[in-house]
Design a protein around this ligand. Structure first.
Ligand code: G3H
Ligand code: 13P
Ligand code: ZN
Length: 326
């Protein structure tokens, strides 16, 4: 049976993005696949009082089951109230990350998602517009907000592999946002998914000049940056020190994420940094405590490390700490 996100206590992204644009911050969009990741996101964002978007990818739905993830998100709302001092909790949106078809979008909206991304970035321009508009028209009736995408990130995105970045063309953004009616727009300016964003020796740099051009054409519009993990080198070092093999993992320097947030970016997608934080903590714990076999023994420090990572992102990179209620 269909359920509205409103009945679950979730919110869409309208208010969050309005506040982010006027308040000079970006709303964190953190991916989750399991209980511990959800707990860490909520604990971290409640502690630093940041609004948050919980993201579910196609891979997450396949791994954890869509029903269970929906219930976890619903639980996240109650949990945030339970652990916050004033009992108010924080605003939480549930987003479908990289939605690849109208059918999936419909399914997720019926299932209680409050924001959906339709990723038509691999399609020819006019087809991307047509699909995105179809989604917006459908979502509008449920008050669900929609993210579209223009430009293709290098690496693997939505199971499609691109050798090179196809940067967003600033000349297209006004036309695209007007014709589709999207609430936010994901762009491609040199970020990519995963832990290996640059080759060794390459300058880890994104095209802030393109972002500036985009902002000029659609001032005040919410821009989304995917592939925004910074791949903390201290954590990569721990992974490698404790038996891992992650040589040459390189992300986007946090300073550049900060600059893009000062510019037009008001939603930042982070997944890989969380994976690295958990893996580092688990590897370290199991090496130092080889007698442990209860998953709670190693998932507890992993969850704590993840929570600290999220607090750091909200406080020092996205400027979203303290902006839960404005
Ligand atoms: O968009 C990429 C996200 O990091 C999700 O990754 O498809 O492996 O869950 P995933
Ligand atoms: P990272 O792999 O850089 O964390 O990007 C995640 C993302 O963009 C999810 O949509
Ligand atoms: Zn993405």
């Amino acid at each position: 049976m269909a359920v509205s996100y409103k009945e679950l206590g979730l919110v869409n992204t309208k208010e969050m993005f309005k506040n982010a644009v006027s308040g000079g911050f970006a709303v964190p969009a953190f991916n989750f696949n399991n209980l511990e990741q959800m707990q860490a996101i909520v604990q971290g964002c409640v502690e630093c009082q940041s609004p948050v978007i919980l993201q579910v990818s196609k891979g997450a739905r396949a791994y954890a089951n869509q029903t269970l993830l929906r219930y976890l998100a619903q639980g996240a709302v109650e949990y945030s109230k339970e652990i916050s001092k004033d009992g108010k909790g924080i605003p939480i949106a549930l987003n479908l990350d990289h939605g690849d078809s109208f059918e999936t979008i419909k399914d997720c909206i019926d299932f209680g998602f409050s924001n959906v991304m339709i990723d038509g970035s691999h399609l020819p321009y006019e087809e991307n517009i047509a699909l995105t508009k179809k989604v917006v028209d459908y979502a509008k009736d449920f008050d669900v907000t929609v993210e579209g995408e223009l430009g293709v990130l290098a690496g693997i995105e939505d199971e499609v592999e691109a050798e090179e970045h196809v940067y967003t063309q600033p000349e297209e953004v006004e036309d695209f946002t007007q014709k589709t009616g999207v609430d936010s727009l994901a762009i491609s300016i040199g970020t990519s998914h995963g832990a290996f964003k640059f080759k060794p020796g390459q300058q880890p740099k994104i095209r802030l000049d393109i972002l500036e051009e985009i902002e000029k054409r659609i001032p005040g519009f919410c821009i989304v940056m995917h592939g925004s993990s910074s791949i903390p080198q201290d954590m990569v070092k721990i992974i490698n020190q404790y038996g891992g093999k992650m040589a040459d993992a390189i992300g986007i320097p946090e300073e550049q994420i900060r600059k893009s947030v000062e510019s037009a970016v008001c939603k930042v997608n982070i997944d890989s940094d969380g994976r690295i934080a958990m893996t580092a903590a688990i590897r370290k714990h199991l090496t130092e405590n080889p007698q442990d076999f209860d998953p709670r023994q190693y998932l507890k420090p992993a969850r704590e490390s993840l929570k600290q990572l999220y607090i750091h992102k909200c406080t020092n990179v996205l400027n979203s700490a303290g902006k839960a209620w404005m």
